[in-house]
Design a protein around this ligand. Sequence first.
Ligand code: NAD
Length: 485
Amino acid sequence: MKGEILKNYINGKWVDSRATKTRDVINPATGEILAQTPMGTKEDAEESIQAAKEAFWRWRTTPAQSRIRYLYELRDAFEENFDELAEVCTLEHGKTLDESRGEYRRTIESIEIATSIPSLQMGFNFEDVAMGIDEMMIKQPLGVFFCVAPFNFPAMVPAWFWPLAIATGNTYIVKPSDQCPITMVKQFEIIDELDFPKGIINLVHGGPDVVNTLIENPDTVGLSFVGSSKIGNLLYRKAGEVGKRVQVQGGAKNFITVMPDADLERTIPNLITSFYGNAGQRCLAGGVLLAVGEVYEPLKDKILDAAKKIKLGYGMDEDTQMGPLASKAGMDNVLKFIDKGIEEGAELILDGRNPKLDDNLINGSFIGPTIFDKVTPEMTIAKEEIFGPVIPIVKVNSLEEAIEIINKSRYGNASSIFTSSGKSARDYQYNVNAGNIGINIGVAAPIASFPFSGMKDSFKGDLHGQGKSGVDFFTEDKVVITRWF
Ligand code: NAD
């Protein structure tokens, strides 16, 4: 075997691969074997991951200004060794030295551009990138996009997408929830009255057959899905197989942390809205209440008092404060979670089952405000999305413990802290792995100019809905380089 076996560079050291197979690296101009590439193993990869994982925290906490100094140094070193680097490139690739030099010029430029990150001054349109050559980036619409929407916000969720999509020049199909489609029918009646140009926005009802067709048809460009993580993950894979753009906003389990220094009088109404608004059926709803230290007793008493005062009833009545679950199936699902909580040993201190209602509501899907005390993080009701008016209270000893629990969740949609300490709030926003963070805000819902973020099993894709990310999702970046003779 000719040529040396190349080594891995892990944790600042050259190390041998565990590979048993290698591949020749050949100078394509001469046929000479230059070296052997090890066809690395699982363990090689694990070794590098472990090293990177361990290095992460320190690198992350290094200020950006300091991080980029390494890039400046690298840039200088590349300049000093410029000719040699270009020669090696030519040897193994076969391109001319001038081409290799050009390639390295670009490599160095990429490093230089990255050094501007702290100032966030990465403009797009430049004159004279080289003498007499201008460069610009234009954003172009791509074609037909569609959304698959959930039942819980049947008017708002499709509007996270379609206005931006058509404003950027695409055409659109809304596939509303098959459970709550009339809201969109109403919107389309108004669209019809306004005489929109034909075909720019469309509505199609249905279930999996419609959705699968929308995904598989080669004439659609991309999909915005909002719904459960189970279906979202399925569609994410399907859409990926056929090369579609896809953003999947999935389910959630949002933790709300209350610190001992929180202003409880103002916190309680926020918590009530967060856990019981929309009868708990919102992806940004509070899912677990983490009571830190001595706030536990007063918080429990006050939230119990406030929850008991909520008026459950018919949504059409002006004085109703909480309506039913959106379906029987949804209600049955919540009831199963309540049973599970009891079975696993949590203490039901407010039981919303079989609430007393007016006679005209006895067939409704009602569950009243429900609270579980003595919940532990391992219990099902502390881990799974209940999507109903249930507060599981978990007592913790410190902010660090709260954050550790939150970051173990499979979800990462939203999380809020109630505190009067800037330090606690800052630690929270810095360390919690959730896409939308609330500080003394119980429902951390981004306004439309901001991306609707989300992490882990709450979001799949690269570009979030709304804001600049939304614009990017619905457009392609095209770079134009111009020289006029
Ligand atoms: P769901 O997943 O059951 O349905 C969502 C959509 O998918 C519907 O339009 C439905 O017709 C379609 N669908 C269902 N099964 C399908 C299949 N097999 N193939 C193709 N399409 C299918 O969700 P839901 O119950 O309507 O909504 C509740 C969920 O939505 C909750 O988990 C909630 O957290 C989530 N949600 C998330 C966000 C967010 O921004 N992350 C916002 C709102 C709701």
